[in-house]
Design a protein around this ligand. Structure first.
Ligand code: ADP
Length: 341
């Protein structure tokens, strides 16, 4: 997935480059900077000494030494004072400059910490928002997988307003439906004779005499229905892309889906995506709730009010908010799977 938020120690990330929230001297410090120098070993410090420091908002690259990543991109975030001292513009610049250097060095995978959100006191929710906005903008034009690596749980929390709005929506809609296993067994038994009859029919040409279950279709009927399959998920997806006047790459990038997965879906008419993938495309195509349900059905899924994930998606679609990264922030805050591959 092109943008992922993960909880980890950045020094453990197996990526082409990790980004360091450094200070202007580039000679090491506390926090993530200290952790990176500690894990990379003295070679990193020696190279940093040759760089002559780095201005706030700028970035410089070094080797990764003992780290699992090939490079470290050092960027200097702004010290947060009151939000009136260009802090946001400087923080945006840190992400952009780091991504540009990563692209210059051919990095396919890059991991960022939440720059400035520690000792430099940038409010974590706003720091996360800046990171998501700049990275997602960059990913619309570039093929790269970027991780935002978050160390502590509080940083996961999205802005108060979004959080409480969604919590309320979930409270309203969430129904904890327990599966009724006896009903489930009855359903299974009802369907079973047809399944076994179909299997038998494959090897046996004798006329079929079928089950007592009146409501179910006969095997012949079912066979003929199987011959008249509806448009598949892949077909509907490609049709919608055309109808919306999008290119394939605009669609999969906006869906936060990587190119390889999209090609697989494109080339396999019967491809069955996961539910988050199917929904990511619905969001990317800005489908209405009804169209979303339709696309989901093609993949064998439905939106349900007994599932927080579904309610969050429904909330965003009903508000006309199709920003996949904001949706993922919300899903993340509620410990749900994220949209995308
Ligand atoms: P800054 O001076 O830019 O604020 P800090 O290192 O103090 O930099 O903090 C930046 C962010 O990095 C903070 O959110 C902090 O929780 C996080 N952090 C600290 N150590 C690690 C680590 N090993 N991996 C990932 N993130 C980390």
């Amino acid at each position: 997935m092109p943008l992922e938020i993960v909880r980890n120690d950045i020094t453990k990330m197996q990526v082409d480059a990790i980004v360091n929230a450094a200070n202007e001297s580039l000679l090491g410090g506390g926090g993530v900077d200290g952790a990176i120098h500690h894990a990379a070993g003295p070679g990193l410090f020696a190279e940093c000494r040759t760089l002559g420091g780095c201005k706030t908002g700028q970035a410089k690259i070094t080797g990764g030494y003992d780290l699992p990543s090939k490079y470290v991109i050092h960027t200097v975030g702004p010290i947060y004072k009151d939000g009136e001292h260009d802090e946001k513009a400087l923080l945006e610049l840190c992400y952009r400059e780091s991504l540009i250097i990563a692209r210059e060095y051919g990095c396919q995978t890059v991991a960022f910490p939440l720059i400035s959100s520690g000792v430099y006191r940038y409010p974590k929710d706003q720091a996360l928002r800046v990171a998501i906005d700049v990275i997602s903008q960059f990913l619309l034009e570039n093929d790269m997988t970027v991780y935002i690596v978050i160390f502590d749980r509080t940083a996961y929390q999205i802005s108060e307003k979004l959080f409480s709005d969604i919590a309320e929506y979930i409270d309203d809609k969430y129904v904890d439906e327990h599966t009724d296993h006896s009903r489930e067994r009855i359903r299974m038994n009802a369907f079973h004779p047809i399944v076994s009859e179909l299997k038998r029919k494959k090897t046996d040409s004798a006329p079929v005499e079928l089950c007592e279950c009146q409501a179910m279709p006969s095997a012949d009927d079912l066979n003929s229905r199987l011959d008249r399959l509806d448009e598949s998920f892949s077909q509907m997806l490609l049709r919608k892309i055309d109808e919306k006047g999008m290119t394939d790459s605009q669609c999969y990038k906006k869906a936060n889906i990587d190119r390889k997965l999209f090609s697989k879906i494109r080339s396999d008419v019967n491809y069955k995506p996961s539910k988050p993938t199917a929904l990511a495309f619905a969001i990317s195509l800005e489908l209405s709730l009804e169209e979303t349900e339709d696309l989901l059905r093609k993949a064998g899924f439905a939106l349900s009010h007994s599932n927080k994930f579904d309610i969050i998606i429904e909330y965003f679609i009903s508000k006309g908010n199709y920003n996949i990264f904001e949706i993922n922030e919300a899903l993340f805050a509620f410990d749900q799977s994220l949209l995308g591959a």
